[in-house]
Write a protein that binds this ligand. Structure first.
Ligand code: F6R
Length: 242
C-alpha cells in the first residue's frame, strides 16, 4: 500500500481528484467504483469544479457504487443514488444510464445482488475503486466478520454503523437495518483502489489497518494484499501512526 500523507480534508480531496482525473483522461472509458458518505464529498466537488473549468469529460465513463440502503427508492433523500446525483452526476457530462447504484427498493434483493455482480463483470470489472473506511474497519457496508470471499450481498448494519449514519436521517429509527453492498471479493477485483481517510475519528481505524493483521474481523485489512492501493490520509487521521 502506498500512503500519501496530506495536511487536511481539502488537500485529501484535491489529491484524490488529481488521481481520478488523471486516470479518466488516460482512459476515457474507465469503469469507476464510487463511495458515498462524508469522506468523498470534497473529492466529488473537486471533480465538478475541474469539469467546469477544464472540461474533463465523463461521456464514456461508467460508474458502480459500492452500496445502497435496502428499502429506499432512488428518490429518497437518504438514498445513495440521490446522494450521487446531487454531489456528482448532475454536474458532469456523464450519461445517467452509465451510472449504477444497487436498487434498494427491489422486490427481490437476492436477485438484485447477483444482477449487480454480473453487471460489473459484464462491463469488464472496475478499473479504479474509491473507498472510505468505517471506524470499525468496514469497507462498503462489509461489517467485521464478513467473508473475504463475499460478493454483492445483503448486509445487516451494525449498531455503530447505523449510529454513525443517523446524522443524515431525522432519527436513528429511520436508518434502515439492511443494505445491499458489493462484497470484499468484488472490491478486491478492482484493478486499483484509492482509500480516503480523514479526521481523528478514523485514527484508530487507520492505525489498525497499518499495524494489524489481515483478518476478517477488520475488513479493510484485506487491502494489504491488493497490489495497487493508495491511501490518502490527512494529519488528523494519521496522528502518530506513521
Ligand atoms: C459508503 C461506504 C462506507 C463509507 C464509510 C465511511 O458508500 O461504503 O463504507 O465509506 O462508512 O463513511 P464516512 O465517509 O461518512 O465517514
Amino acid at each position: 500500500m502506498k500512503i500519501l500523507q496530506v495536511k487536511h480534508y481539502d488537500e485529501m480531496s484535491q489529491k484524490a481528484a488529481e488521481l481520478l482525473i488523471d486516470r479518466i483522461r488516460r482512459s476515457p472509458g474507465i469503469n469507476l467504483g464510487l463511495a458515498t458518505g462524508g469522506t468523498p464529498v470534497g473529492l466529488y466537488a473537486q471533480m465538478v469544479n475541474d469539469h467546469q473549468k477544464n472540461h474533463t469529460s465523463y461521456r464514456d465513463v461508467t460508474t458502480f457504487n459500492l452500496d445502497e440502503y435496502m428499502g429506499l427508492s432512488g428518490e429518497d433523500p437518504n438514498s445513495y443514488r440521490l446522494f450521487m446525483d446531487k454531489h456528482l452526476f448532475n454536474h458532469i457530462d456523464i450519461q445517467k444510464s452509465n451510472t449504477h447504484v444497487p436498487i434498494g427498493d427491489t422486490d427481490n434483493p437476492n436477485q438484485q445482488c447477483s444482477d449487480y455482480e454480473n453487471l460489473i463483470e459484464r462491463h469488464g470489472g472496475i478499473d479504479l475503486q474509491v473507498l472510505g473506511i468505517g471506524s470499525n474497519g468496514h469497507i462498503g457496508f462489509n461489517e467485521p466478520g464478513t467473508s473475504f470471499h463475499s460478493e454483492t450481498h445483503i448486509v445487516e448494519l451494525t449498531p455503530s454503523t447505523r449510529e454513525a449514519n443517523a446524522r443524515y436521517f431525522n432519527s436513528l429509527n429511520e436508518v434502515p437495518s439492511h443494505a445491499i453492498s458489493m462484497g470484499i471479493a468484488s472490491i478486491m477485483r478492482s484493478r486499483e483502489i484509492v482509500l480516503l481517510v480523514s479526521g481523528d475519528a478514523k485514527r484508530d481505524a487507520l492505525e489498525h489497518l497499518l499495524q494489524g493483521d489481515v483478518n476478517e474481523s477488520f475488513p479493510a485489512s484485506i487491502l494489504k494484499t491488493h497490489p495497487a492501493v493508495t491511501i490518502i490520509a490527512d494529519e488528523a487521521a494519521i496522528g502518530k501512526t506513521l
